[in-house]
Design a protein around this ligand. Sequence first.
Ligand SMILES: [Zn+2]
Length: 256
Amino acid sequence: MRVRGFCCGWLEGDVADLIEGEQGRARLPVPAYLIEHAGATVVFDSGLHPDFRDRQSARYLAVAPAFDALLPEGTHLAERLEACGVDVADVDVLALSHLHFDHGGGSRLLAASELMVQRAEWLAALADVDGENYLPADVDRDRFPHLLDGEYDVFGDGRVTLFPTPGHTAGHQSLILRTDDGGELVLCGDACYFQRSLRRLAPPPHAFDRTTQLEGFHQLGELESSGARLIFGHDPEQWPTGPDDDFIVELSSPVP
Ligand SMILES: [Zn+2]
């Protein structure tokens, strides 16, 4: 198994909206991941839509009250995959943690991939026609996703498993990878934004369901206690370089 992560954009926003009890502004990474296993290619999350390069685009203006978005040349999902030597047409599965603009925005770049999303998330996004929580333009209504109802073992071998972590949104999911060295790598998505959110049990103040999200924190904490490595949703500490760098990281088990 080979796992690579990269940032498909950055967001600058108010920390008070992201974690209880903090203030100030922060530049947040918007990660996506490429997983190659058993001769197949899986992408987890898809970053910002390419429109975010245009500060006058409808997408940019829709989120501008809350965030400044950065999407330098070479950093949207298709460009990142190309830099990894992967053609978008060759991605078998696109799994999305949830359908917010910074996770599902690049999904139309992988139009041929099997889209895997929790049924509860898909229905919540479709129902949000006024775009209060989702950007309607990023919800691909013409697509027929593989809707999941709970945990899903993508290859049937226990190596790549989606599991529900609702709370941030109605149907959020995270991904656990069992890597070649026997370790566990958890791609949290927005089940938990920052490492310190988990340490302090401090979810964002506007979670879809705070109680359920805190249950997810405990679930993630137990995985970490058992030895799993957690990659959080938007933690600058885990993605220390910024948009001036072309940043692709091997997360585990690099091909020698
Ligand atoms: Zn996010």
